[in-house]
Write a protein that binds this ligand. Structure first.
Ligand code: PMT
Length: 414
């Protein structure tokens, strides 16, 4: 899991180095983001050396006065990296940073990231006693305490760097790590007690014993969905077409390997009545040869004509069989993904379509990232480019919101 560690400018900033080390020991990847003031207290190099990751210090690289496309790309890449975070921990969080977060100011990388992330936010304030007690700070803290997905790790009391004694000392680092772990565990269990069907990867339709029709799907999008759903407590059935990548074998994921569209349809439709949520991310072949040759087709000088027939439409069949289930389909489009996705939403009786423009370089088929539109009856929403793990989490957030409340499970967002 990746944690973004925000460090703002107070004397306790030096403790961020030790916190980064503790987080790594707990198994997290850590990327530090430092405000300008934080860099007066700790050198970015210290955190870069400890975390092994580039420390993000600015919204734009300093040389972007001329704003070249390469610089802009670098800035966007930074944002994408930071947005892949599973949680944002800000320690120390100064009175200034808390005020910016409370009021939504975004004038540097950390405050911009704060507004952009949907991950849990853990804030560990540290400041002078009078600043802590000031009505403005207390009002900001109250706003943040009430904000969904936010956890405040209250400061301790003791001797402060300013010479005063009282509240304002950064909480014990172990308490910050424990608060993070609680927030992550809580945030991830919203699918506990749910059964989820996911299809992933391509299918292969035989032409003869050695050749087949298929496509470039790597399975990564569906695998990321399966992993994310299992992490959130779901019992996952993953119907996976043949891919070079190994399907995830984590606990909570049952993998049913299939090859053809017919096999995928049989496996998925057998599971569908028993699941709460089905997400069909597979790139199923739409056509297959009517009569695959029993022996390898010999090469001749004459053109070869293959007669093709449609394969079963699994999404449409699920749409017809739908009772209590939430049904999510994908749409792989090479133009106007929203219009095409909306047409599929209706034609297949789906509750949501995840539409992607598969002509975008670096996204869609066989890429580690994706950018998609979530299309439902109530409108559409763009998910900006991000690693498929992050996109998977956002798709599940939207799908979980469509699920009827389970009697045994309270939907919890840390
Ligand atoms: O696997 P990756 O390399 O990670 O790439 C991800 C992806 C590009 C494959 C994924 O993001 C994606 O778009 N998946 C759907 C691909 C596709 O077949 O789209 P479609 O528009 O042709 O199909 C629409 C929907 O109908 C899909 O949910 C598909 O699973 C389903 N379908 C299609 C054909 C068929 N015979 N039966 C189906 O159920």
């Amino acid at each position: 899991m990746k944690i973004v560690l925000g460090v703002s400018g107070g004397i306790a900033a030096y403790k961020a180095a030790e916190l980064a080390r503790l987080l790594q020991q707990a198994g997290y990847r850590v990327q530090a983001v430092m405000t300008r003031a934080a860099r007066e207290f700790v050198a970015p190099m210290t955190l870069a050396a400890l975390t092994g990751e580039k420390v993000i210090t600015d919204l734009f690289p300093p040389e972007t006065a001329a704003a070249s496309p390469a610089d802009a790309e670098a800035a966007i890449e930074h944002i994408a990296v930071a947005q892949a975070a599973d949680a944002l921990v800000v320690a120390p969080a100064t009175a200034h940073v808390l005020a910016k977060f409370a009021h939504g100011f975004a004038d540097d990388f950390l405050s911009t990231l704060y507004l952009a992330t949907t991950a849990p936010v853990i804030l560990a304030p540290a400041m002078n006693l009078n600043m802590w007690r000031h009505a403005a700070t207390q009002a900001n803290l109250e706003t943040l305490r009430r904000r969904p997905g936010h956890v405040l790790v209250e400061p301790g009391a003791g001797y402060l760097a300013c010479g005063m004694v009282g509240e304002g000392r950064l909480a014990e680092l172990e308490a910050i790590v424990a608060a993070l772990e609680r927030a992550l565990a809580q945030g991830q269990r919203d699918l506990a007690g749910r059964k989820v069907l996911i299809t992933a990867g391509p299918t292969r339709e035989a032409i003869d014993p050695v050749r087949y029709l298929s496509n470039r799907s790597s399975g990564k999008m569906g695998f990321a969905l399966a992993e994310a759903a299992a992490r959130r407590g779901a019992a996952v059935v993953l119907v996976a077409g043949p891919t070079a990548a190994e399907p995830p074998r984590a606990s909570g994921i049952e993998v049913i390997p299939v090859t053809t569209a017919e096999e995928m349809a049989a496996a998925a439709l057998a599971q569908f009545p028993h699941v709460d949520l089905a997400i069909l991310a597979a790139a199923v072949a739409d056509y297959r040869p009517v009569k695959p040759a029993g022996e390898k087709i010999k090469k001749t000088a004459a053109p070869l004509h293959l007669e093709l027939e449609p394969t079963p439409d699994i999404l449409a069949a699920c749409g017809r069989a739908k009772r209590h289930q939430i049904l999510v389909g994908f749409a792989a489009e090479t133009g106007s993904p929203v219009a095409a996705g909306r047409a599929k939403l209706q034609a297949k009786a789906a509750d949501m379509i995840v539409a992607n423009d598969v002509t975008l370089p670096g996204a869609g088929f066989d890429a580690d990232e994706n950018e998609v539109f979530l299309i439902t009856a109530s409108g559409d929403r763009k998910l900006e480019r991000a690693p498929k793990s992050k996109i998977a989490g956002q798709i599940l957030d939207a799908a979980a919101a469509l699920l009827a409340p389970s009697p045994s499970v309270r939907l919890v967002r840390a």
